[in-house]
Design a protein around this ligand. Sequence first.
Ligand SMILES: O=P(O)(O)OC[C@H]1O[C@H](O)[C@H](O)[C@@H](O)[C@@H]1O
Length: 452
Amino acid sequence: MKNIALDTTKAVQFLKAGTVEAYEPKVKAAQEALENGTCEGNDFLGWLHLPSEITEEFLNEIQACANTLREKCEVVVVAGIGGSYLGARAVIEALGNSFAWLVGDKKNPTIMFAGNNIGEDYLAELTDYLKGKKFGVINISKSGTTTETALTFRLLKKQCEAQRGKAEAKDVIVAVTDAHKGAARAAADKEGYKTFVIPDNVGGRFSVLTPVGLLPIAVAGFDVKALVKGAQDMEKACGKDVPFAENPAAQYAATRQGLYTQAGKKIEIVCNFQPKLHYFAEWWKQLYGESEGKDGKGIFPAACDFTTDLHSMGQWIQQGERTIFETVISVETPNEKLLFPHDEENLDGLNFLEGKRVDEVNKMAELGTRLAHVDGGVPNMRVSVPQLNEYYIGQLIYFFEKACGISGLLEGVNPFNQPGVEAYKKNMFALLNKPGYEAESKAIQERLAQEK
Ligand SMILES: O=P(O)(O)OC[C@H]1O[C@H](O)[C@H](O)[C@@H](O)[C@@H]1O
């Protein structure tokens, strides 16, 4: 079986000769620190060997729970935010039919995502859609107290119980949360929901290969064993004893840090030429953004969908400030085959494409973009993925996770915490007069009065 492959040649040409190679000892040290648990954030290294530690029994338990939800529900709402949301959505959208919710062939339950915003219209429209439907809920939160998810879950739990009765609702509500702590755990234990544990030592953004991602992915009808197999193979391919030049995670981490520190490239744009990968980039954005954006440092993780965004962001990328580089996730072969038809009249002038696969046009767009952007001063890396299937998505996940751990350590930060995200929450709770925030509430009201 082929592996995903990284090509850095069109990025390295923007660096002084030997720049990437010079990272070898630092990368080695980072890998040792990860393996030995001697780096900062070492209480969150459970992701490192997670793929190879997953057992067949555990995957069978996930599948059994997924089968129950699949049998009993026409819709399953996956409630979660950040690391408790993006991984599942990334995989489900990458592998699913682009129009899954319209296909309606009843082979799979419709998967809906919530708990990832506080939009009143969104929640009102969701609960309205669910009226009269046999729906279930997967409530995902590591802390068990995240506002967006908790607020959504209260609404969904009440509606599910009202529509199906408390006894039946108990069978179609599943909690994925901490083993002991948090409101989601307390509610699940009290109501007797089926639960899955998010290990203490796996942070949210590294948790897609725990039940956080695996359960929704299995409910959606995808093969979680193949996904895990892909991750296991990439765990080997990115292992600490794989030579630096052959280790894709090491090469990606070193190249991006070289571009950042030496060439002033402060923004990385992950690009795809397949709309199904949109949410994969969203997952990647959280992984790298929360891991590296701290202590006044960090490459800003951005994403574009091509060719769509070539017609909007393409101008900026080609000629704007030269602070960006691109990482293209390129899918070698589509799963479907669609040939461009002949047209007698040729009014659109497109008969030169007759008989070609649509993907051939896409590939020329990709190559043309690469040449143009490199000519325009944008370093370009490419991750080739043989096909969009569970196995290769599993590889991609682990590749980016491992590279993220290494890259954050090269940058000199703790890649496994996210202290900065608390600032807005503290203000929000103070503004909402949450019990326990009395002093903060008083202070924030005084500040706002002064700013008037
Ligand atoms: O799983 P939860 O505890 O609900 O957390 C969900 C997300 O929210 C937080 O604010 C963090 O920034 C994320 O790292 C986390 O993944």
